[in-house]
Design a protein around this ligand. Structure first.
Ligand code: ZN
Length: 500
């Protein structure tokens, strides 16, 4: 037995913390609070430290890295990761594994010939190999579409539709926790409403969750939220709006309206919540800066459109109209070739100056030279809006972290310490109990995860012990790949995690 003695217990429910101890027997918590411990247990002195449930990262893109024992998350106290977000899961495929990789590798950042036929194959592999965190997987709509329709953004035929419904139903019965859509990413962006309705009805029938990267977070933020609420109302599928924010200064004022709209929707009986990462900057693939119609047919087709003077001119016009951020706020974080590595950490404005051209031309040139393999980071939102998101009772806090072969967004290494140190202790935005709830009991409830996310007798012994007065992220935009300080002990399923 393992005794965590004399700490401050933050039990995940959001209720006030209290002094006490936690007793663990095997994989389970057996006592919490004041009790007489057995004589023979291994003891960790937790005086001056907080004892919390192991953190749950409700929105992660570490689908492949969890299999390889990367420690970026457990170093932050994360014991459960929800992967398969924004339409990207490493399954399914039917015959063309390469098409799946072409679609998803910009976000999943795998090496070699990865790809899993279905949820069962992936989850078996995760059970066998993921030793650093529990893995909860969503089936990605873009991966599903790629499996049955290739890179096409056309509406599905009836037989394609039926095969997608069948594969989604199989995945949910095999243990996938839900379904994710990525409606800003081709080919998911091509799905008409009727396709989403039919797939979400499968999700609702199975009593699972739909997490969505909506069509727009900038100019059409309001319309995108309305679309999702209307889909949730029509299908009954539980809705989780992923990484909610208003992108671009001209859209910042929309956020208050959206939050009020979600509160109203809850009163109207729609099962909706949202999540956000604790940073002003976002991160994704550079092809997100193009109209998604430019990606129809995959990378080669996209590069051909860029190369053709007429379509290039049309794309330029569309990009200038749709880009809500300033080009001096959009940074290159990874490229594939060695010749362009010097652009990593520089903005498209700077790339344009380097090549003596416009930022859009610099984007085209970089995408062309890198065959589409460019990752970006962009400063999207205001501090005031971020504060409102972090404090809102409907919001969970997520990392949205993903690996790149370059300079990842610091959220991959710093999210949970940034929340508890930077936002709770240093800025005083929310109580430590509320913050812990947003990364434990709340995400567990959203995903229907049983016996996880609270320090309660009978629950799994996933526990994170941290020092509230020292916890801090050391991951910066310029130098992100560092674990935080102040995470003292991480226990998963009753076992102490030790850094390899
Ligand atoms: Zn996303």
């Amino acid at each position: 037995m393992l005794l965590l003695r004399n700490g401050r217990i933050i039990n995940g429910t959001g209720e006030p913390s209290f002094d006490g101890s936690v007793l663990i027997d095997g994989e389970r918590i057996t006592e919490v609070g004041a009790f007489t411990p057995p004589n023979d247990c291994e003891t960790i002195d937790c005086s001056g430290l907080a004892i919390a449930p192991g953190f749950i990262d409700l929105h992660s893109h570490s689908d492949l890295q969890v299999l390889e024992g990367h420690t970026a998350k457990i170093d932050q106290g994360v014991t459960t990761e929800v992967v398969g977000n924004c339409g990207f899961s490493p399954y399914p495929y039917v015959s063309d594994k390469e098409a799946l990789r072409n679609y998803a590798n910009g976000i999943l950042c795998g090496d070699g010939e990865w790809g899993f036929a279905d949820a069962r194959e992936y989850l078996d592999e995760a059970n066998r190999r993921a030793n650093a965190t529990n893995v909860v997987s969503l089936l990605g709509h873009g991966s599903l579409r790629t499996a049955f329709m290739g890179g096409s953004q056309n509406p599905a035929t009836e037989s394609e539709m039926q095969r997608m419904e069948g594969a989604l139903d199989d995945a949910l019965s095999a243990g996938a926790a839900g379904f994710s859509t990525g409606l800003m990413y081709a080919p998911g962006s091509g799905a008409p409403r009727e396709e989403l309705v039919r797939l979400l009805k499968v999700v609702a029938r199975r009593g699972r969750v739909h997490a969505t990267h909506m069509r727009s977070y900038s100019w059409e933020l309001d319309e995108s939220v309305e679309e999702q609420l209307s889909l949730a109302r029509q299908t009954g599928a539980r809705l989780q709006i992923s990484h909610l924010q208003a992108v671009g200064q001209k859209n910042w004022a929309k956020q208050d309206r959206v939050l009020a709209r979600l509160e109203q929707a809850r009163l109207d009986g729609i099962d909706v919540e949202f999540d956000s990462y604790p940073y002003l900057a976002g991160s994704t693939v550079a092809t997100q800066l193009l109209p998604q119609s430019a990606l129809d047919g995959g990378t080669a087709a996209m590069l051909a459109r860029i190369a053709h003077s007429e379509t290039r001119a049309k794309l330029t016009e569309e990009i200038n109209a749709q880009t809500a951020q300033r080009w001096s706020d959009i940074y290159v974080t990874a490229v594939a070739t060695s010749g362009n590595q010097h652009f990593v950490g520089r903005t498209f404005q700077q790339a344009a100056e380097h090549w003596d051209t416009t930022p859009v031309e610099a984007l085209f040139r970089l995408l062309t030279e890198e065959e589409g393999k460019v990752n970006i980071l962009s400063f999207n939102q205001s501090e005031e809006n971020l504060r409102k998101l972090m404090m809102h009772p409907l919001g969970s806090v997520i990392s949205d972290g993903f690996y790149v072969k370059g300079r990842p967004h610091p959220r991959l290494y710093g999210t949970f310490a940034e929340l508890l140190g930077g936002l709770v202790r240093d800025k005083g935005w929310l109580t430590i109990e509320a913050a812990v709830q947003k990364v434990t009991a709340k995400p567990a409830a959203r995903m229907y995860l049983k016996e996880l996310g609270k320090l309660v007798p009978g629950y799994y012994a996933d526990v994170t012990v941290f020092n509230p007065s020292t916890i801090a992220s050391r991951a910066t935009y310029d130098d992100p790949c560092h674990p935080p300080i102040g995470i003292e002990h991480v226990i998963r399923r009753g076992k102490m995690f030790h850094r390899p």
